[in-house]
Design a protein around this ligand. Structure first.
Ligand code: GRF
Length: 204
């Protein structure tokens, strides 16, 4: 049987990458990570990948004249590995047209809010400052906007009066680590159908 090949794009801590690795190693997720790509040289995520003997690549933004050029290098690299699904896991660059069009419906992201509320940076801080009573996390397909693509799965998390950005982030992150591998598994098992921006799942 063909392996379902993942590429994981990272920039920092890599706890979601770790959750994916763990889920594969526990044999809950039948997939393999072909490559972990980072735009930051010393991302902790790269270290985590190396500890599990996963191939890593740092694509240096300083070596590319602009985002278009950077994205071309990224697209070429992803093509080389015949990737089935690209998972953004704390990847801090916005993907340009070339990558998105080349890998249409094959790029997903995890975001720490209930989208479409609080897209972009510091989603947990935005939630606290807005005074919402529930927040959560979202796995979605990536389109050309910021955190605007079709929603695949969400988990709701309560926001308590005593919460600050840190405590809320921690509660959300715990759920992210369940949600991301679950979404990948559903896609791998062809249980995710995309119709316009509506995602339905035949998971009964
Ligand atoms: C997570 O909160 C994720 O939702 C967001 O960036 C953070 C990455 O954390 N996109 P980590 O690098 O996976 O630990």
């Amino acid at each position: 049987m063909n392996t379902f090949k993942l590429a994981v794009l990272v920039s920092g801590r890599g706890s979601n990458l770790q959750a994916i690795i763990d889920s594969i190693e526990r044999e809950e997720l039948d997939a393999s990570i072909s490559i972990v790509i980072s735009n930051t040289r010393d991302a902790m995520a790269l270290q985590r990948a190396k500890e599990h003997e996963i191939k890593t690549i740092f694509i240096d933004p300083a070596k590319h004249i602009d985002s278009k050029d950077y994205d071309k290098a990224l697209t070429d690299k992803l093509k080389e590995y015949s990737i089935d699904l690209i998972c953004l896991a704390g990847y801090m660059r916005i993907l340009g047209e070339e990558v998105i069009q080349t890998f249409e419906k094959k790029i997903i992201n995890i975001h720490p809010s209930l989208l479409p509320a609080f897209p972009g940076l510091n989603a947990q801080k935005q939630a606290i400052e807005h005074g919402v009573k529930f927040s959560g996390c979202t796995v979605h397909f990536v389109d050309l906007g910021v955190d605007s693509g079709p929603i695949i799965l969400q988990t709701v998390v309560p926001v308590y009066d005593k919460d600050d950005e840190k405590s809320l982030s921690k509660r959300i992150l715990e759920q992210e680590h369940h949600l991301y591998p679950k979404a990948i598994k559903m896609i791998k098992e062809s249980k995710v159908n995309l119709n316009g921006r509506i995602v339905t799942s035949n998971t009964v």
